[in-house]
Design a protein around this ligand. Structure first.
Ligand SMILES: Cc1cc2nc3c(=O)[nH]c(=O)nc-3n(C[C@H](O)[C@H](O)[C@H](O)COP(=O)(O)OP(=O)(O)OC[C@H]3O[C@@H](n4cnc5c(N)ncnc54)[C@H](O)[C@@H]3O)c2cc1C
Length: 375
């Protein structure tokens, strides 16, 4: 049977960033295989997001999200400059209405606690000088928030990884894993439709970076105690796009609604000069990416709070993504979970759960963290 030193399951931005970081730090003789069930990389959550490079304002102080977002954002800007990945540090306004000013103040304090020091208070006039069509009582301006071409980022990281020796195999789904004393036996099925082929190999270390499927894959690792599989809570985020040129120069975010885990239906600029609004929050039982046109009325209402001159006729359904959230027993915010043998006692197994936003921003920092763990 073939043997690899490391198998990474899932070629979204996280699996690819981990592959690149490890391949860069290990000797050429260290063999890495990166497996992806789809016909190419990054076709799930990594291509169904807002493509925003977050500055790290919102997260719980001391959380992995706060630390890896801040570190990942700096790494991402450096990487994009070095490898000429399309990106723009456009800046973002978080806008508050009169009854939200206290919450805006609290957000500014949280950002300071997270060492996000580049954040500026803007009164109504200063906001309108920059964004004449936006209606709000005050705003916070985050100059370090930006946008990135996530496909180009993944393509570049994957090329770097492959150059460093990573074997990337798509159309190959990991079905089952058996934990042995010193290695894992990985069972896969490759191919499509009528032409499926089963294959088995051994690896010394295994990384579960299967995104929305991470829990399902973990449940098929024989030898892993299921008590270590956190419960998933699928939450869809729909987007509507605005036909025509973007009416804003910056990203515009409303205040996050209390009691929800989303950042509010915001205006996301894209690198082509367009704008889309979203994501909203829709609880779902199974992954689906259809955008229901009936949701338009809710979008119009939410957007008009800060962009009153929106013409609803210009708004049309775009795409959707599904957040790989973790169920929170008491409704508290959940952190990323990077799970190693200290927790589950399976040597060589690393699992990533709940890598929702800001996972794209944090991807390079997550890759670095996992590479250091396996060093
Ligand atoms: C609506 C939305 C908006 C977001 N906006 C932002 C944002 O603006 N900024 C930001 O920083 N983050 C954002 N995020 C978060 C970010 O998109 C994710 O954190 C990131 O894409 C997660 O990447 P991943 O590699 O873990 O998952 P995925 O991209 O889902 O990759 C997992 C891969 O594993 C593969 N796979 C699964 N099971 C198997 C198996 N058994 N065998 C083989 N392959 C398998 C899948 O096919 C998939 O390709 C957003 C997320 C959503 C949903």
């Amino acid at each position: 049977m073939d043997h690899f030193d490391l198998c990474i399951v899932g070629a979204g931005v996280i699996g690819i960033a981990i592959a690149e970081a490890i391949a860069r730090t290990k000797p050429p003789s260290y063999s890495i295989v990166l497996l992806e069930q789809n016909s190419s990389f990054g076709q799930e959550t990594s291509s169904r997001n807002s493509e925003v490079i977050h500055a790290g304002l919102y997260y719980q102080q001391g959380s992995l999200k706060a630390r890896l977002c801040r570190e990942g954002s700096a790494m991402l800007y450096d990487y994009c400059r070095k490898y000429e990945i399309a990106h723009r540090r456009v800046g973002k306004f978080i806008v508050a209405q009169e009854n939200e000013l206290e919450a805006l103040q609290a957000l500014a304090e949280r950002a300071r606690d997270n060492d996000v020091l580049e954040l500026h208070w803007r009164d109504r006039k200063a906001l309108q000088d920059k964004e004449p069509l936006v209606e709000a009582s005050a705003a916070l301006f985050s100059p370090n928030t930006g946008i990135v071409d996530s496909h180009a980022l993944m393509q570049s990281l994957l090329s770097q990884a492959q150059t460093a020796g990573v074997e990337f195999v798509c159309r190959t789904r990991v079905e089952r894993v058996l934990c042995g004393a010193k290695s894992f036996e990985v069972h896969t099925v490759s191919g499509e439709h009528g032409q499926k082929e089963a294959y088995r190999f051994h690896c010394s270390a295994l990384i579960n970076a299967a995104g929305l499927n991470a829990q399902s894959l973990a449940s098929r690792i024989d030898g892993l105690d299921s008590a270590h599989i956190p419960t998933q809570l699928l939450t869809k985020g729909n987007y509507f796009k605005l036909n025509g040129r973007a009416p804003f120069q910056h990203l515009i975010y409303p205040m996050p609604a209390a009691q929800t885990s989303g950042l509010g239906i915001h205006a996301c600029l894209d690198l082509g000069g367009g704008v889309r609004f979203g994501p909203d929050i829709e609880a779902i039982d199974a992954v689906n990416y259809k955008v229901d046109v009936q949701r338009k009325a809710q979008f119009v209402e939410a957007i008009r709070r800060y962009y009153p001159s929106l013409n609803p006729a210009q708004l049309e359904p775009d795409y959707a993504g599904v957040r790989p959230k973790l169920h929170s027993p008491k409704g508290q915010p959940m952190d990323f979970v990077l799970q190693t043998a200290d927790v589950h006692a399976v040597p060589g197994l690393v699992q990533l759960f709940g890598i929702e936003s800001p996972g794209l921003t944090a991807s390079l920092a997550i890759g670095k963290t996992i590479a250091q763990h396996l060093a």
